[in-house]
Ligand binder design. Structure first.
Ligand code: AMP
Length: 280
């Protein structure tokens, strides 16, 4: 598989459901399998790693770019979330994405849209304690996108570890028959997990941000969560939403049946909320 697409290759853009359906029918006509990567845009190398991986698993790759209002609270950053359609499409073209779906809000949520998916299990606690609307918004949009695109495989990042668990449960519960693949977090050389929201960080905050990954590794290697929280507060993190050690499969508390553990964190650096997690 070449790392970059040939010069003649063009990523097709669609914005409406009929156009998406027609393009998907075209992609599928020769019996091709379809890999899907849902995103909110402002694409970085973490997103592109998912697209490359989807490309290695399937014949064709579809990426959606949609900043989903349903998963943002009124106080959150929906309006200032970074948007760069031209840059995103160029990046997707460089890694051989076949089709990019760019629906507007009224394409996904027309006026008569009245349904919501509510989940328990892995959706309880952690992010939900601080963003109660979040997983209902994610599960609802992912479900819609899956029905629209009908992929064979969908690739998600472990960067959003709880989200990955929620999507796995969603697909299992509703018998969607889509293979959900999780990929390890892509990081900067100093350990900071790539994130579209890193663009919000001031140079001073950017210098402090890698301490989050360092703190998680210190806990994994035997340090206490309390010491790590104190160190992060000293370093300048404004508010720690959570740092928690959980069962990696259920995301519940560790029990004697726990087979693998995950250390998950969310905290604020100035006005930016960072999340990260590692195996522990
Ligand atoms: P987002 O655009 O933030 O909604 O993310 C879209 C997808 O990219 C999700 O599956 C994320 O988990 C994944 N993703 C975001 N950042 C990274 C990263 N640093 N490494 C790997 N995957 C990522």
């Amino acid at each position: 598989m070449p790392d970059t697409a040939p010069m003649s290759f063009e990523t097709k853009r669609v914005r409406t459901l009929p156009a998406l359906r027609e393009a998907i029918t075209g992609l599928r006509s020769s019996g091709a399998t379809i890999g899907f990567v849902p995103t909110m845009g402002a694409l970085h190398d973490g997103h592109l790693a998912l697209v490359r991986h989807a490309k290695s698993l399937c014949d064709k790759v579809v990426v959606s770019i949609f900043v989903n209002p349903l998963q943002f609270a009124p106080t959150e950053d929906l309006d200032r979330y970074p948007r760069d359609e031209a840059g995103d499409v160029a990046r997707l073209q460089s890694v051989g994405c076949d089709l990019v779906y760019l629906p507007t809000v009224d394409v996904l949520y027309p006026e008569n849209f009245v349904s919501r998916i509510e989940m328990k299990g892995p959706a309880l606690g952690l992010e939900t304690d601080f963003r109660p609307q979040f997983f209902s918004g994610v599960a609802t949009v992912v479900s819609k996108l899956f029905h629209q695109v009908r992929p064979d495989v969908a690739v998600f990042g472990e960067k959003d570890f709880q989200q990955l668990a929620v999507v796995r449960a969603l697909v299992r519960d509703f018998d969607m028959g889509i293979d959900i693949v999780g990929l390890p977090t892509i990081r900067e050389s100093d350990g900071l997990a790539l994130s579209s929201r890193n663009a919000y960080l001031t140079p001073e905050e950017r210098a402090i941000a890698p301490k989050l990954h360092q703190a998680l590794k210190a806990i994994r290697d035997g340090g206490s969560i309390e010491d790590a929280k104190a160190e992060l507060t000293r370093a300048g993190f404004a508010q720690i939403d959570y740092i928690a050690l959980r069962d990696a499969e259920t995301l519940g508390d560790i029990t004697p049946d726990t087979r693998s553990r995950r250390l998950l964190a969310a905290l604020w650096l100035g006005k930016t909320r960072l999340i990260d997690n590692i195996a522990a």
